[in-house]
Design a protein around this ligand. Structure first.
Ligand code: MCA
Ligand code: AMP
Length: 505
């Protein structure tokens, strides 16, 4: 095959008048129209001088054009680098620099801030707005609606997705065509997707969940997506009657359960609800079943591994578990200290190997070697066990990570900002339970002797550099941080101390 990912997900739908995207205003975009747009953008990217293997960084709102931009990169052999729309200019400039992106695509509103950054780093800049306007689409208009697909091999890179790091520096996870394709095919089979499916798509498309798990699966079968700009309870309930399936993070489901309209009748036509990106409480799973009669299918994955496990489509979907390793994926539980497999039923670090596992971190061979073993097993940093029926349970994290509403937040990145503030001697950032987001961020500060940190000024400083979802929801000043005999801050003690703060917020 010339370009396995493009040929399998996109090219086979050429000329099809079936709807691919259904928008909330009722407008429909057929596969044929979508592929025409993909080709026009691919032609324009080539005209702008982008070469296969170069990176295109996109910080754009969710829109049909933004998804077509992903397709255009696949067709033109360009490595797609999607970025969270909440990232600040200072966060984005790191990604542009680290990836050596040749083109930055952003909203016109962000262009004045990002243009000098791109210029400094030798990258071009184009704009794409939420309504599909902007210089990218102006350049694409009038281009031919066919494009000579660039040949790629299965191990060529298709995407670069940045994950935050425990050291505070984000790492670019290199995902090959085969990584994405193998996972899409497995999920289609495991979750029984067909051309008849209509997926309610309310996830952002700058992460694995919304971009690859959801969109690639639908593209692989030629189904349709109700493509919503964002998650909103009223819109989801209004659009639900046309859908057959929905994918979400736990916050989607707890918010829906808080609405009395979301009941058995409203969901009786649905075939499947899946959940992932963050732990789904067993209690949410049970409430959902009691209310709707549907057992949410929980699965587990990572940016670096795509999806690794899933509860069964047929058979018991066990609350509080993430099911079994997917076909082709090997999963083992190992002692974090020695790497040796732990006895069945005991907690250890989850390691996975398979065609789903990424190619390593972009230009970080040491980091890659630390987390990706020579034998191909990836050390996830998640702690789990395999129960007596073979279901994988995630019981915690070995990595210092907070997951808020499905977004990952690495405390180190925030601590580095807090530590720099006047009057702050040191800080520890922790995640505490939050009734809506699952977890939320709390910053615990120690003041410099005789000083009183200015909380408002600290929050303003955090706001200047860090995306809104990373901001501490509360700052607490303490006399000292609890430490163990080795001098390491005992975050578990802090988490216990403040666990009720937002538990019923
Ligand atoms: C928005 N805010 C957040 C979050 N989202 N704060 C913390 N955590 C968040 N996740 C901020 C907003 O900027 C706003 O700030 C305030 O919180 C309240 O916003 P709200 O209107 O409630 O938020 P929302 O716009 O409704 O968004 C919440 C959301 C959204 C719908 C849960 O965050 C979301 O779509 N999450 C999905 C994330 C996802 O797709 N993750 C997959 C990545 P202010 O106070 O200024 O108003 S993980 C992945 O891909 C792996 C591989 C996997 O396994 O899937
Ligand atoms: P990311 O790095 O954004 O891809 O997030 C991956 C992390 O999300 C994993 O390492 C887990 O900690 C977490 N995660 C994903 N799915 C689940 C799940 N179903 N249950 C618990 N944690 C999950």
């Amino acid at each position: 095959m010339a370009n396995p990912l493009y040929d399998t997900l996109f090219a086979r739908h050429a000329g099809q008048s079936r709807p691919f995207l259904i928008l909330s205003d009722g407008r429909e975009i057929s596969y044929a129209e979508f592929l025409g747009q993909v080709a026009r953008i691919a032609n324009h990217l080539t005209e702008l001088g982008l070469k296969p293997g170069e990176r295109l960084a996109a910080q754009v709102q969710k829109s049909p054009e933004a998804l077509a931009l992903y397709g255009a990169c696949v067709q033109a052999g360009i490595v797609f680098l999607p970025l969270n729309t909440a990232y600040t200019a200072s966060e984005v400039s790191y990604f542009i620099e680290d990836s050596g992106a040749a083109l930055v695509v952003c909203d016109a509103d962000a262009a004045s801030l990002l243009a000098p950054v791109a210029d400094n780093l030798g990258a071009k800049l184009a704009t794409l707005n939420a309504d599909g306007t902007g210089s990218l689409m102006e350049g694409a208009t009038g281009q031919p609606d066919s494009f000579a697909t660039v040949a790629r091999k299965g191990d060529d890179l298709a995407a670069l997705l940045y994950t935050s790091g425990t050291t505070g520096r984000s790492k670019g996870a290199m995902l090959s065509q085969d990584n994405l394709l193998s996972n899409a095919k497995v999920l289609v089979d495991e979750w029984r997707f067909t051309e008849a499916d209509v997926l309610l798509h309310a996830l952002p498309i700058f992460h694995t969940h919304g971009l690859f798990v959801a969109s690639n699966v639908i593209l692989a079968v030629g189904g349709a997506m109700i493509f919503l700009p964002k998650f909103d309870v009223d819109t989801v309930i209004a659009q639900l009657p046309r859908a057959t399936t929905m994918m979400g993070v736990p916050t989607f489901y707890t918010r829906l359960l808080d609405d009395a309209r979301f009941d058995r009748e409203a969901t009786q036509h649905m075939r499947l609800f899946t959940s992932g990106s963050a732990p789904l409480l067993a209690e949410t799973h049970e409430r959902f079943s009691a209310r709707t009669g549907h057992a949410i299918l929980e699965r587990y994955g990572m940016t670096e591994t795509n999806m690794s496990t899933s509860n069964p489509y047929d058979g018991e979907r066990r609350a509080g578990t993430v099911g079994f390793a997917l076909p082709g994926v090997e999963l083992k539980i190992c002692d974090p200290a020695t790497g040796a497999p732990t006895p069945q039923g005991e907690v250890g670090q989850i390691e996975v190997r398979g065609p789903n596992v990424f190619q390593g971190y972009w230009q970080m061979p040491e980091k890659t070697a630390e987390e990706l073993r020579k034998d191909g097993f990836f050390i996830t940093g998640d702690l789990g066990l395999i129960d007596d029926q073979g279901y994988v349970q995630i019981v915690g994290r070995d990595k210092d990570l907070i997951i808020s509403g499905g977004y990952n937040i690495y405390p180190k990145e925030i601590e580095l900002v807090l530590d720099e503030q006047p009057g702050v001697l040191e800080s520890a950032v922790i995640g505490v339970p939050h009734s809506d987001f699952g977890e939320t961020v709390v910053g615990v500060l120690v003041a410099e002797r005789g000083q009183q940190p200015d909380e408002a000024a600290i929050m303003a400083a955090a706001g200047a550099t860090l995306a809104r979802f990373k901001h501490p929801r509360k700052l607490i000043v303490v006399d000292e941080l609890p430490r163990n005999t080795m001098g390491k801050v005992q975050k578990n003690i802090l988490r216990d101390r403040y666990r009720e703060l937002f538990a019923s917020a």
